[in-house]
Design a protein around this ligand. Structure first.
Ligand code: ADP
Length: 187
Protein backbone atom coordinates (compact mmCIF):
# COMPACT_ATOMS: atom_id res chain seq x y z
CA UNK A 1 0.00 0.00 0.00
CA UNK A 2 1.89 3.08 -1.21
CA UNK A 3 1.17 6.16 0.92
CA UNK A 4 2.56 9.62 1.37
CA UNK A 5 3.20 11.29 4.70
CA UNK A 6 4.39 14.64 6.01
CA UNK A 7 7.43 14.91 8.24
CA UNK A 8 8.82 18.09 9.80
CA UNK A 9 12.28 18.46 11.23
CA UNK A 10 11.41 20.98 13.94
CA UNK A 11 13.51 24.04 14.84
CA UNK A 12 15.43 22.09 17.53
CA UNK A 13 16.37 19.38 15.02
CA UNK A 14 17.53 21.96 12.47
CA UNK A 15 19.44 24.02 15.06
CA UNK A 16 21.19 20.88 16.34
CA UNK A 17 22.37 19.92 12.85
CA UNK A 18 20.23 16.79 12.71
CA UNK A 19 18.67 17.26 9.26
CA UNK A 20 20.92 14.70 7.57
CA UNK A 21 20.62 12.20 10.43
CA UNK A 22 16.81 12.29 10.26
CA UNK A 23 16.57 12.14 6.46
CA UNK A 24 19.05 9.25 6.41
CA UNK A 25 16.90 7.16 8.73
CA UNK A 26 13.77 7.60 6.61
CA UNK A 27 15.60 6.95 3.35
CA UNK A 28 17.46 3.88 4.52
CA UNK A 29 14.27 2.30 5.87
CA UNK A 30 12.90 2.47 2.32
CA UNK A 31 10.87 5.68 2.20
CA UNK A 32 11.36 7.93 -0.82
CA UNK A 33 11.77 11.67 -0.34
CA UNK A 34 9.38 13.20 -2.89
CA UNK A 35 9.24 16.71 -1.41
CA UNK A 36 11.71 18.67 0.70
CA UNK A 37 12.17 22.32 1.64
CA UNK A 38 13.47 24.55 4.40
CA UNK A 39 10.99 27.14 5.53
CA UNK A 40 10.68 29.72 8.28
CA UNK A 41 6.98 29.30 9.05
CA UNK A 42 4.81 32.27 10.00
CA UNK A 43 1.99 32.20 12.55
CA UNK A 44 -0.62 31.42 9.89
CA UNK A 45 1.22 28.38 8.54
CA UNK A 46 1.78 27.01 12.02
CA UNK A 47 -1.87 27.63 12.92
CA UNK A 48 -2.96 25.77 9.77
CA UNK A 49 -0.77 22.84 10.80
CA UNK A 50 -1.77 22.59 14.48
CA UNK A 51 -5.45 23.44 14.01
CA UNK A 52 -7.71 24.46 16.85
CA UNK A 53 -9.37 21.05 16.66
CA UNK A 54 -11.13 19.73 19.77
CA UNK A 55 -10.19 16.12 19.07
CA UNK A 56 -6.48 16.97 18.73
CA UNK A 57 -6.51 19.26 21.79
CA UNK A 58 -8.14 16.53 23.88
CA UNK A 59 -5.73 13.87 22.67
CA UNK A 60 -2.66 15.99 23.44
CA UNK A 61 -4.01 16.71 26.94
CA UNK A 62 -4.91 13.09 27.60
CA UNK A 63 -1.48 11.78 26.54
CA UNK A 64 0.19 14.27 28.86
CA UNK A 65 -2.00 13.28 31.81
CA UNK A 66 -1.41 9.56 31.29
CA UNK A 67 2.34 10.14 31.22
CA UNK A 68 2.20 12.15 34.46
CA UNK A 69 0.03 9.53 36.15
CA UNK A 70 2.40 6.71 35.15
CA UNK A 71 5.07 8.56 37.10
CA UNK A 72 2.79 8.92 40.12
CA UNK A 73 1.99 12.59 39.52
CA UNK A 74 -1.44 14.12 39.13
CA UNK A 75 -2.63 16.77 36.70
CA UNK A 76 -5.98 18.33 37.53
CA UNK A 77 -6.59 20.49 34.47
CA UNK A 78 -9.11 19.28 31.82
CA UNK A 79 -7.56 17.63 28.73
CA UNK A 80 -8.69 20.41 26.40
CA UNK A 81 -7.12 23.08 28.57
CA UNK A 82 -3.75 21.28 28.54
CA UNK A 83 -4.13 20.91 24.76
CA UNK A 84 -4.77 24.65 24.40
CA UNK A 85 -1.65 25.79 26.17
CA UNK A 86 0.45 23.19 24.33
CA UNK A 87 -0.94 24.51 21.02
CA UNK A 88 -0.02 28.07 21.94
CA UNK A 89 3.53 27.02 22.90
CA UNK A 90 3.84 24.94 19.73
CA UNK A 91 2.75 27.76 17.48
CA UNK A 92 5.36 30.09 18.98
CA UNK A 93 8.03 27.42 18.92
CA UNK A 94 7.50 26.17 15.37
CA UNK A 95 7.58 29.74 14.12
CA UNK A 96 10.79 30.50 16.04
CA UNK A 97 13.27 29.13 13.49
CA UNK A 98 13.67 27.25 10.24
CA UNK A 99 11.89 23.94 9.78
CA UNK A 100 12.60 21.29 7.14
CA UNK A 101 9.42 19.88 5.64
CA UNK A 102 9.46 16.52 3.87
CA UNK A 103 6.97 14.41 2.00
CA UNK A 104 7.89 10.74 2.17
CA UNK A 105 6.43 8.07 -0.06
CA UNK A 106 6.41 4.30 0.31
CA UNK A 107 4.60 1.25 1.57
CA UNK A 108 2.87 2.05 4.88
CA UNK A 109 4.68 5.41 4.86
CA UNK A 110 2.45 6.93 7.56
CA UNK A 111 2.91 4.10 10.04
CA UNK A 112 6.62 3.57 9.32
CA UNK A 113 7.56 7.27 9.55
CA UNK A 114 5.68 7.58 12.82
CA UNK A 115 7.45 4.51 14.25
CA UNK A 116 10.85 5.82 13.18
CA UNK A 117 10.09 9.05 15.10
CA UNK A 118 9.11 7.19 18.29
CA UNK A 119 6.95 8.24 21.23
CA UNK A 120 5.97 11.91 21.54
CA UNK A 121 7.90 12.16 24.81
CA UNK A 122 11.59 11.41 24.11
CA UNK A 123 12.07 10.32 27.72
CA UNK A 124 10.02 7.17 27.02
CA UNK A 125 10.76 6.83 23.29
CA UNK A 126 12.53 3.56 22.51
CA UNK A 127 16.20 3.53 21.54
CA UNK A 128 16.45 3.07 17.78
CA UNK A 129 13.88 5.79 17.17
CA UNK A 130 14.81 9.37 16.29
CA UNK A 131 13.36 10.78 19.49
CA UNK A 132 14.70 7.88 21.59
CA UNK A 133 18.22 8.22 20.22
CA UNK A 134 18.57 11.97 19.92
CA UNK A 135 16.72 13.58 22.83
CA UNK A 136 16.09 13.25 26.57
CA UNK A 137 13.17 15.68 26.72
CA UNK A 138 10.09 15.09 28.86
CA UNK A 139 6.70 16.68 29.51
CA UNK A 140 8.07 17.77 32.88
CA UNK A 141 10.97 19.67 31.28
CA UNK A 142 8.55 21.32 28.85
CA UNK A 143 6.20 22.30 31.68
CA UNK A 144 8.99 23.62 33.85
CA UNK A 145 10.31 25.78 31.02
CA UNK A 146 6.84 26.71 29.76
CA UNK A 147 7.53 25.51 26.23
CA UNK A 148 6.67 22.47 24.13
CA UNK A 149 8.56 19.22 24.35
CA UNK A 150 11.44 19.58 21.90
CA UNK A 151 11.26 16.24 20.16
CA UNK A 152 13.16 16.89 16.91
CA UNK A 153 10.51 15.75 14.43
CA UNK A 154 6.84 15.60 13.59
CA UNK A 155 5.19 12.90 11.47
CA UNK A 156 1.53 12.75 10.44
CA UNK A 157 -0.59 10.53 12.67
CA UNK A 158 -2.91 9.02 10.04
CA UNK A 159 -3.45 8.86 6.29
CA UNK A 160 -6.20 11.48 6.61
CA UNK A 161 -3.97 13.78 8.67
CA UNK A 162 -1.14 13.29 6.16
CA UNK A 163 -3.39 14.38 3.31
CA UNK A 164 -4.38 17.64 4.97
CA UNK A 165 -0.91 18.36 6.40
CA UNK A 166 0.82 17.86 3.02
CA UNK A 167 -1.51 20.51 1.58
CA UNK A 168 -0.52 22.94 4.33
CA UNK A 169 3.21 22.72 3.52
CA UNK A 170 3.41 21.81 -0.19
CA UNK A 171 1.64 22.53 -3.43
CA UNK A 172 1.22 19.58 -5.79
CA UNK A 173 3.85 20.93 -8.23
CA UNK A 174 6.51 20.92 -5.48
CA UNK A 175 6.30 17.12 -5.21
CA UNK A 176 8.50 15.04 -7.49
CA UNK A 177 8.06 11.65 -9.02
CA UNK A 178 11.15 9.54 -9.71
CA UNK A 179 12.44 5.97 -9.48
CA UNK A 180 14.78 4.87 -6.73
CA UNK A 181 17.21 2.32 -8.12
CA UNK A 182 17.06 0.18 -4.97
CA UNK A 183 13.25 0.10 -5.07
CA UNK A 184 13.03 -3.30 -6.76
CA UNK A 185 15.36 -4.83 -4.18
CA UNK A 186 13.48 -3.36 -1.22
CA UNK A 187 10.02 -4.47 -2.31
P1 ADP B 1 3.09 13.91 18.11
O1 ADP B 1 4.02 15.01 17.65
O2 ADP B 1 3.87 12.72 18.62
O3 ADP B 1 2.05 13.53 17.10
P2 ADP B 1 1.04 15.39 19.57
O4 ADP B 1 0.32 15.64 18.30
O5 ADP B 1 0.27 14.81 20.71
O6 ADP B 1 2.33 14.47 19.38
O7 ADP B 1 1.66 16.77 20.11
C1 ADP B 1 2.24 17.66 19.21
C2 ADP B 1 3.53 18.20 19.80
O8 ADP B 1 3.22 19.01 20.93
C3 ADP B 1 4.48 17.16 20.33
O9 ADP B 1 5.30 16.62 19.31
C4 ADP B 1 5.28 17.94 21.35
O10 ADP B 1 6.30 18.71 20.73
C5 ADP B 1 4.26 18.93 21.89
N1 ADP B 1 3.58 18.51 23.14
C6 ADP B 1 2.56 17.64 23.24
N2 ADP B 1 2.14 17.54 24.52
C7 ADP B 1 2.90 18.39 25.24
C8 ADP B 1 2.95 18.77 26.63
N3 ADP B 1 2.13 18.27 27.51
N4 ADP B 1 3.87 19.67 27.02
C9 ADP B 1 4.70 20.22 26.11
N5 ADP B 1 4.70 19.93 24.80
C10 ADP B 1 3.82 19.01 24.36
Amino acid sequence: MIERTLVLIKPDGVARGLIGECVKRFEQRGLKVVGMKMIRPDAKLVGDHYTDDLEWLTSVGRKTKVSYEKKGMKMDKPDVEIGRYVRKWLMDYLASGPVVALVLEGHHAVEIARKLCGDTEPRVALPGTIRGDLSVESYMIGDEKQRPVKNVVHASGSVKEAESEMKVWFSENELCSYERVDWAAIH
